[in-house]
Design a protein around this ligand. Structure first.
Ligand code: CA
Length: 219
């Protein structure tokens, strides 16, 4: 089972969450403020960080941004009280893997956690290669001609979704499913923007725009 860092400043919710996850068989540690989260989150060995957004000191968005900037690739699920779509997208753009809106249903949160863990474990076993590009999901690394290329988590998952489906035309909806999971709210325009960035980082001929349909990945 997984090692999970829970970041939550409300003791009742933190305890509920920790007990719930321990019952699922996970090993859980709780911290209650943003500063501690930013420090403990850097430690290796976490399989997941469940990160509340509204925290004393430093908020969850800042913690998330800081961890990703420091190269931490541990999956992060944000607990957000903000239901506005823009806030959720902001969280995902900062490198979070998913978000759950408070007040959350524990069963829904458990399902999201399982989905994120499954996704990262499933990815861990393989290395995908095409042309001079090598994608190592376990290390969340992309190399082009042997040289490490920096990717945002969004670009990374998009690239992986493409690389696993060479030669297929993928609609934007399909790409969102593959890269971020169903029920994720991401606009077509945001997908396009990530693809523009991705094309700058790898040979752009790999990602072919198919008018009116989506994108095709050519090896
Ligand atoms: Ca809070």
């Amino acid at each position: 089972m997984a090692r999970i860092l829970v970041v939550e400043d409300e003791p009742d919710i933190a305890m509920l969450l920790a007990d719930d996850l321990r019952l699922e068989g996970h090993q859980v540690e709780v911290v209650a403020d943003g500063q501690a989260a930013a420090e403990r989150g850097r430690e290796s060995g976490w399989n997941l960080i469940v990160l509340d957004v509204m925290l004393p000191g430093k908020d969850g968005f800042d913690v998330c941004r800081e961890l990703r900037k420091a190269g931490v690739r541990t999956p992060i699920i944000l607990l957000t009280a903000k239901s506005h779509e823009a806030e959720k997208i902001m969280g995902l753009d900062l490198g979070a893997d998913d978000y759950v809106t408070k007040p959350f249903n524990p069963r829904e949160l458990r399902a999201r956690i399982r989905a994120v863990l499954r996704r990262t474990e499933g990815d861990a076993a393989e290395i995908v290669r095409f042309g001079d590009v090598e994608v190592a999901p376990a290390r969340a690394e992309v190399r082009v001609a042997g040289k490490l290329v920096e990717m945002t988590p969004m670009e990374f998952r998009l690239l992986l979704a493409f690389a696993k489906n060479p030669g297929h035309v993928l609609s934007r909806d399909r790409l969102i499913d593959l890269a971020w999971g169903r029920d994720t709210y991401i606009t077509d325009r945001a997908v396009d923007a990530h693809i523009v960035n991705l094309r700058r980082k790898i040979d752009p001929r790999h990602i072919v725009s198919v008018r009116g349909m989506g994108y095709r990945f050519d090896e």
